[in-house]
Design a protein around this ligand. Sequence first.
Ligand code: ADP
Length: 510
Amino acid sequence: MRRPGQWPLAAQLALAFALVTVLALGGSGALLLYQSSARLLAGRAESTLAWGQAAAGLAAEYWSDPREGMTLALYRFHQQSGIRPVVVDTDGRVVADVSSETPLLGERLTHPELQAALAGRTATGTRRLSTGEWVMYGGVPVVVSGEQVGAVLVAAGIGAVRDAQRDLLRQLALVAGAMAALAVLLGVLLARYLTRPLVRLRAAVARLARGQLDARVEPGGSSELRDLGHGFNRMAEELGRLDQQRRAFVADASHELRTPIAAIRALAEPLLSDRPIDVAVYKEHLHDIVHECERAGRLVNSLLELARLDMRAESRSQVSQAAEPIDLRRVAVEVVHALEPLAAERGVRLAILPGEPVMARADAHLVEAVLGNLVENGIKYTPRGGAVQVSVGVNVDGDRTEGGASLSAGSERAGAAERRRRAGGERDGAASQRPVAWIKVADTGIGIPKEHQARIFERFYRVDKARSRATGGAGLGLAIAAEAAARLGGRIHVASESGRGSEFTFTLPL
Ligand code: ADP
């Protein structure tokens, strides 16, 4: 048996409606019943006392002749009114009674109404007789020439009052029952109406659970349900987007891996020919094969690096915080040092500006991943004779670095991570107050046209495919840098002008 809290909403609403109706009707019915009975009884008491006064008047008039005159007068009174008066003396003994069935003459009566009347007051009271009949008694003093000589007890049937009460009660119960049934019906209808958007949402959730990522609902109903519907649609959209992204990623990765494999095959096949081949040709082909293998190796490494970063993003929604503080400047010096041979080979001057250490609690490997890719790009996309300059510093006025027109950018995933962080709220407000470390990588290279700047952080995105291929890039370097920056809680801004050079700024809240 399920608890009412687990019943379908329609049943819960119907029950609540029925309860409220019965309680409201019951309460007001009881009040009505009480009030009307009180009024009816009060009216009856008044008339009973009036009859009592009349009987007392007759008794006083004929007090000296109780047997004949008084009994006759009271008998006539009884004939007219249907009220049976009994007259007692000051001891409570009956001196006149009009009933022929059970004459009470000489008996002592002890009705409380009579006691009160003998004490000089008028009084009424209701009682149920042994016959089951409801009766109202009234006691009135009998006064002769200013002196109380006895009292009169009158009795009137009040069965009609009781019947009226019973009728009212029955009608009330009937109305309450009908209303409760109506309330149940209304509750069910209302619940159906209210839960229609929920039912639609449930169906959409089921479709989504079956893998139909295009499942959407038409938001409707109360504002909360509407919000829920919109929320569901946003969630489904995000899921679809992620799914699409993942598919595109796999397709791109396969495509990129196919290129070096095809090249290796094209280089190796001629070597299998039966015709004699010059050793120099052999060597040249093998050299190219090794080159293609290196390319494929680099690609696989990049893919692995991205996969690792993705896994970190999924396993920990929080920003990575290394326990040990590191000197960002020192990390930058090491990266520059490691890339000096590449710079020398390309005829590009590479330098890091001198400065103070900048301490931060951050994962050194992630910082290296960011800087390594930025500096390597600087070298790759700067023609011979150009320069790449790295500088490190701290800003106290928030995220913005100088150089106004810089553009915030991030990979699609980093963008989503950014949105999540912003949604988190507290981090953003705090970040704009906290000091921010920055590392700039500026080059005098070919620059990036404005229309490409927003997209260069996407996976496999390259401004100039042919040129990038020649330099060995698959368009993953900046995607890795942006992911690593996001894991550190930082961002990468780019400012660049085609033909004049680029400046990438990595900022990291301290
Ligand atoms: P790749 O491996 O092709 O270099 P990245 O993700 O590192 O891929 O960069 C994406 C694209 O952005 C590059 O193909 C290049 O066109 C452009 N880019 C990146 N850095 C620079 C830079 N310093 N100067 C000019 N263009 C750059």
